[in-house]
Design a binder for this molecule. Structure first.
Ligand code: AMP
Length: 281
């Protein structure tokens, strides 16, 4: 496995592979890797000839009062995990490498970027779309792998790729959970033992939505109201949103008569967690 820190070296390695007609898979991450990330890596190994994993804590997707500075970073351990998975390249650039001084160019996926997490994290999806576009430009992958865990991110990236005629195939992998249902997240490391228990309320609210849906409820407002009741039992957890939207455009739905995304975000102490499920009639 080769670790690369500069865009120039990454581009040249990717171009070499391209000339050998190897199918290159990219897994973009912010590091602090867990089984959720590794599931993407395994999918990438299965569906490409050569796999590159990027590890970059992207400053532009964090708000000024968010956790950029204290976001968990452990490149050495991440590299050990990736080596074990048989990854060929780790791309771990510095901020200066990714954002040349004076950079003023952004990718904004209008509309979608203001929904779900975009509502409470202004600028977040602009940062995400911009860094993913940069990674695609540097690595030029044939296929890139993203987790359904970040459902709004998936919608934003797919729309960006379509709108900007990018030649990258997007593969979406299912959410990996702890045995008790908590979705794996690098931010789970912030949780105290008490908060870890309280964090289950996100999954519980989604299960409640799933149950009502299975029982035939199709009214989005009623379903959301019922699902939100899970939070009544956990007053220490502050619900940010629980929205039912169309998974592609992230527009709110009134009726669940099509594939529907139930997405939830909440603060457990100071830690903001997200989760979601897809409901299909
Ligand atoms: P991050 O490092 O948080 O930016 O995540 C990198 C990629 O891993 C994103 O595409 C995430 O959606 C994906 N990911 C994170 N957590 C999970 C999970 N629990 N299951 C599946 N994919 C995940």
């Amino acid at each position: 496995m080769k670790t690369i820190n500069t865009t120039r070296e990454m581009r040249s390695a990717a171009r070499d592979l391209r000339s050998q007609r190897a199918r290159l898979g990219l897994v973009p991450t912010m590091g602090a890797l867990h089984e959720g990330h590794l599931s993407l890596v395994r999918a990438a190994k299965a569906k490409s000839d050569v796999v590159a994993v990027s590890i970059f804590v992207n400053p532009t997707q964090f708000g000024p009062s968010e956790d950029f500075a204290r976001y968990p970073r452990n490149l050495e351990k991440d590299c050990e995990l990736l080596e074990r998975e048989g990854v060929e390249f780790v791309f771990a650039p510095t901020v200066e490498e990714v954002y040349p001084r004076g950079a003023v160019t952004w990718v904004t996926v209008e509309g979608l970027s203001d929904r779900l997490c975009g509502k409470s994290r202004p600028g977040h999806f602009r940062g995400v779309a911009t860094v993913v576009a940069k990674l695609f430009n540097i690595v030029e992958p044939d296929v890139a792998f993203f987790g359904q865990k970040d459902a709004a991110q998936v919608a934003v990236i797919k729309r960006m790729v379509r709108d900007l005629n990018m030649a990258v195939q997007i593969e979406v992998c299912p959410i990996v959970r702890e045995p008790d249902g908590l979705a794996l997240s690098s931010r789970n490391a912030y949780l105290s033992p008490d908060e870890r228990k309280m964090a289950l309320v996100l999954h519980a609210s989604l299960q409640r939505a799933q149950k009502l849906f299975n029982e035939g409820e199709r009214n989005a407002a009623k379903l959301a109201a019922e699902a939100k009741k899970a939070f009544v039992w956990q007053p220490a957890v502050k619900l940010d949103y629980l929205d039912i939207v169309d998974p592609d455009g992230l527009e709110p739905l009134e009726t669940l008569d099509q594939k529907s995304l139930v997405a939830v975000a909440a603060f457990v102490g100071n830690t903001r967690l997200i989760d979601n499920i897809l409901l299909e009639p």
